[in-house]
Write a protein that binds this ligand. Sequence first.
Ligand code: EPU
Length: 420
Amino acid sequence: MDSFLIKGGTPLHGEVQISGAKNAVLPIMAATLLTSEPCVIHGVPDLSDVKFMGQILGWLGAKVSVEGGTVRIHARKIKGDGDYDLVRKMRGSVCIMGPLLGRLKNTRVSLPGGCVIGARPINLHLKGFAALGAKIRIEKGYVKASARRLVGAAMFLGGRAGSTVLGTANVVMAAVLAEGVTVIESAACEPEVVDLINFLNAMGAKISGAGSPTLTITGVKQLHGAEHEVIPDRIEAATYAIAAAATNGEVLIKGARVDHLHAVLDKLREAGVVVERKGANLLVRRNGRLKSSDVTTLPYAGFPTDVQAQMMALMTQAPGISIITERIFESRFMHVSELARLGAEVEIEGPSAIVKGGKPLSGAEVMASDLRASAALVIAGLAAKGTTQVNRVYHIDRGYENIDGKLRGLGARIQRIEET
Ligand code: EPU
C-alpha cells in the first residue's frame, strides 16, 4: 500500500485545476445502463472509484472505454446481477440498482455493507423502489427487486439525517422508465444529483424540479444515448481552499463552481480566510491569524459532511475553541485520533468534536481511514512542522485525482512512496 511522505511548513502558492466530480460521475456512469445506445461522458476524473465503476458496468455487459477524461459506455445488452465481491468494494456502486430495475424490471444486487463512516443503510432506496411497485426481498445478503411493471407514485424520501443523495439518484433512475408520474418529496438537492438529472434529461427523460426538494418525473418509454460534461468537484475545490488556508498560502483554484461552495466559503471567511472570485476561478489566501469557528454538517446547501474532516484540520490551527458537529454520518470522526498524533487537541462529545486550536502541529506517522479523513491528514501534514507519513493512501486515490502531483505543483513537499 502506497504512502505519502510530507515535509510540512511550506505555504502553498500557485494555481490548481479542479477535476470532474467523483460523486456526480459515479451515478451518471450507472445511468448509462438505462439505454441500449452509446453514451459519452467528458470531464471524468482519473480515480480508482471511477475505474471500479467501469469494471462493474463491464461485468454487467456494457462496453466501456476510457480515453483521457472521456468515457464511452455502450450498454447494448446487460444482465441484472450485481455480485457481492464487486459491490462491497465501493459503496457508491449501490446506484446500479435503480437503472437495472428501471430497464430490466428485475435486479439482484448485493447489499453494500457498512463502512468506517457509519452504518449506511439503504432503506430509503428500497422504500422508493417499493412505492414504484417493485417487490423487494432481501436474501442471503442480496436485494432482489422485481416488478412486472413500474408505475409512477408520490413518495417521501426523507430519513433520519434528511434527504439521501444516492437514494434520490437510485429512485429517480428507476422512475424515469416507469408508467405515469412520480413525485419525490424531500429529494436531495446536491449539485451531483442535479448533474445526474441533467444527464437523464439529455437522454430523453422528463424530470423537473432538479435542485429543489420536490422532483417530478414523467415516465417515458425509452431513453437514448447522450453526451455530457461532468460538473467540477466541489469537495476537491474545498479541500484545496482549506489546504491553502492551513499552510498560510495563496492559491488560485481554477474551474471551481463558486455557486456550489457557498456554505464552505462562508465558513472560511468567518475563520479569517480571504476568498475572492476571479472570473471562473477562486483566489484563496490566509489573512493573518485564523479565527475559531463552529461548523455543523447538513444536507446541501448546508456545510458538506465531505468537508468536515478537512475543516477540522484547519481549525486545529485557529486559536480558541471550535465545535464541529456531524449530523449526516454517526461515526465520521476517525481522523480525530490520527490528528491527535500530530499534536491536535480534539475531544469528541456525542455528535460534536471540540477542537482546542492554535497549537502548532508536528509531523508523525498516521493512518488514513477513509477518503476525506485522508485529505484532512494530508492538510494537517502540510501545516505541521517536520515530516508526516500518511499510510494507506489508496483511500485518497479513490476520490482525488493526482493529489500529490497537484500539491507539488503548488510547492508542497510531498512524495509518494510506492509499495514494492
Ligand atoms: N440514509 C438512510 N437510509 C438510506 C440512505 C441514507 O438512513 O436509505 C442516511 C445515511 O445513513 C446518512 C444520510 O442518510 O445518515 C445521508 O446519506 P446519503 O444517502 O445522502 O449518502 P450516500 O448517498 O450514500 C453520498 C456520497 C458521500 C457523501 C453523502 C452525503 C456518493 C458516491 N457518496 O453518499 O460521499 O458523504 O452522499 O453527502 O455520492 C465521499 O465522497 O467521501 C462520500 C462518502
